[in-house]
Design a protein. Sequence first.
Length: 166
Amino acid sequence: MAAVTAALPAQAQDTSAKGVYAGLGYARVSPGHADLDAIQGRLGYRFGPWVGVEAEVAAGLGSDTVADIAKYKLKHQESLYAVAFLPLTPKLDLLGRVGYGHTRMKFSIRDTDFSTSYGQESWNFGGGVQYLFDGKNGLRADYTRQEFIGGDSDADVWSIGYARRF
């Protein structure tokens, strides 16, 4: 049984995995105590069954009020990643990624005129799973940790969305 399990990734190598892929989905971004919603898009290139690169952009949807005083809004995020794939079957991949990003937020204090926008750079890393129903169209779910450079908090990002291999 162990020999069959060990051979599974090797047999799952799919040479058609090479090429452009894209995705569109929902993300929950949690920097500090806020929980922010975003729409997220990805465009990537897979060099073969194991390695790829991808660009990711996100735009905030709404805002969150923390402690009934501070209001946070995600304006946008942009990131670039190196991606490692572990094909388990021709339709199912585990993935890990590491990259660098920029996040722009808006902060305001309730019942005042004070508000400010600020940007932060981050080192990002995470992993996920992708299942393509017909080899081209499917779902992807992943987790990413954003470690802000010089910031006093970091962010956890959970996402789910449509995945398409071209």
